[in-house]
Every structure is written in structure tokens, then in C-alpha cells.
Write a protein that binds this ligand. Structure first.
Ligand code: 1GP
Length: 250
């Protein structure tokens, strides 16, 4: 069943073209700095706030960060979990994600089984997502025991993305790794987009409007940026990205 956050994202993509989502890593912020990031990026036109990172954070701190963001902005807050400790009752929704190229069943279905009852209990909206780590994989690749898809093997990314769609997942995320030196190549995005019918999310290493524009024109429906929103120039950078990707129909 499609919930209200998912419907909001789909309608935004339909009406505005490619959209931007801000990623806040709870490990790198205080509740106060998370609020500032959320406010700045919201006023620059970001469509939602994702909260999550690849490493260790206490659920208590995560709750404080999510609550602070919720108090500050009205746009949806979507959890981006790396484990069951990343589930906060104060968010609106959660990417219910499976790391499709993990070699460890825990990241394919184990954590999801442990987390599902909590999601139900907290009334969070789960949004099914196939998560694929590409390129050098970064910290997410190490933590998730991924076998990353090399950038020069777009056909393997296509195969993973199609499998996600055929399993009933409603979004696919090509993850280049936070802080990646090179973002996901447009050729890989284009190849995946050509074969799938569900929205494609791209993130990892996108630092400027040129890179965001390249991803949007190759077929990304959602661009996620994390590192640049921690920067003092976040407001300007996100605003430039939002303006440049708007109106790309994917
Ligand atoms: C990481 O794709 C996201 O999960 C965002 O990456 O921090 O490099 O923007 P950056």
C-alpha cells in the first residue's frame, strides 16, 4: 500500500521533475545543527530530509536529531537505516531497504525481519527500496559487506535494479558511497533507467550542480546529497542543484 510520504514523493517527481533530498548523518550533527541544515536546505527547495549514516549512532541521539528536524521543517523526514538501531519512532517514513549486493544475508533480509515489528509498532511508513552499492563502495560497502558493482559494469547495475523491481520494490538507489571521489557515472544511470519503470535515486559524491545535472539528465528521479549540506555554503549549493535539476522528466 502506498502511504502519504511515498505519494508525496511521486507527485513531486511528476509535477516538478527530478527532486533533491537532503541527507543528514546523525553521527556528524547535534540536534541544533541538524535543525539548521534542515531549515537551510528546505528554504533552498529540498523536498525531504533523510536521516541516517553508515556507522554507529545511539537510538537516543537519533531520536533527538529526528525530533529537532521535525520541529523545524514540515517536509517529510525519512529514515535511511543501516541497522535496526536506526529506527526512530519520531520520523514519518523509513526506506525499507535491502542491500541487494551484500554477501551477508543479514543486510538482505535479517535486519528487515528484526526491524519490521518495530516499524509497525511505531506507525512508520515503510517505503520498499532496492539499495545497490556501486563504485568503490565507501563505508557503506564495508559495513554492509557489499560486493560493489564496478562503475564500468552498468549491465550488472541493470541486473540488480531489474531484480529489485521484479521483487516488488518501488524505488531503486544507486549508491556511490558518501564522499565518493567520483559520483555514479551518467552511463550507469542511463543504462539502469532505460530498463526499470520505478523511480531511480542516485547519491554519493555529488558536490555541485554540474554533477547533479548530469545525474538528472541521465535519468535520476531523486538526487541525494549529504556531505555538501554540512558545508557553510549548503544553502547556495542546494539551491543551485534544485534549480538545475528541476523540470527533468524521468
Ligand atoms: C550517501 O548517497 C549519499 O549515502 C550521499 O552521499 O554524502 O557524498 O553526498 P554524499
Amino acid at each position: 500500500m502506498v502511504g502519504c510520504v511515498e505519494r508525496y514523493l511521486l507527485e513531486k517527481i511528476e509535477s516538478e521533475g527530478t527532486i533533491h533530498i537532503t541527507l543528514i548523518d546523525p553521527e556528524k550533527v547535534t540536534p541544533a545543527s541538524a535543525s539548521r541544515i534542515a531549515e537551510k536546505t528546505r528554504s533552498s527547495g529540498t523536498s525531504a530530509i533523510m536521516v541516517g549514516g553508515s556507522t554507529f549512532v545511539s537510538t537516543a541521539h537519533l531520536n533527538s536529531v529526528v525530533k529537532a528536524v521535525k520541529r523545524t521543517v514540515k517536509i517529510p523526514v525519512i529514515l535511511f537505516p543501516n541497522n535496526v538501531t536506526s529506527i526512530s519512532r519520531y520520523a514519518d517514513a523509513i526506506w525499507f531497504m535491502s542491500l541487494l549486493n551484500s554477501a551477508d544475508p543479514y543486510f538482505l533480509i535479517g535486519a528487515q525481519v528484526l526491524g519490521a515489528p518495530l516499524i509497525k509498532k511505531f506507525g512508520l511508513e515503510p517505503i520498499p527500496l532496492g539499495y545497490i552499492i556501486v563504485g568503490d563502495g565507501g563505508t557503506a560497502g564495508v559495513v554492509g559487506k557489499a560486493v560493489p558493482v564496478p562503475y564500468n559494469k552498468p549491465e550488472l547495475a541493470v541486473a540488480h535494479a531489474l531484480a529489485a523491481q521484479y521483487l516488488g520494490m518501488r524505488f531503486v538507489y544507486l549508491e556511490g558511497g558518501s564522499g565518493a571521489k567520483r559520483p555514479v557515472p551518467p552511463a550507469m544511470i542511463r543504462a539502469v533507467k532505460h530498463y526499470i519503470d520505478i523511480p531511480l535515486i542516485v547519491g554519493g559524491g555529488i558536490k555541485n550542480r554540474g554533477q547533479a545535472l548530469a545525474a538528472a539528465s541521465a535519468g535520476a528521479s531523486i538526487i541525494v546529497t549529504g556531505n555538501i549540506v554540512e558545508n557553510v555554503e549548503a544553502k547556495r549549493k542546494v539551491s543551485e542543484i534544485v534549480k538545475s535539476i528541476r523540470n527533468f522528466r524521468t
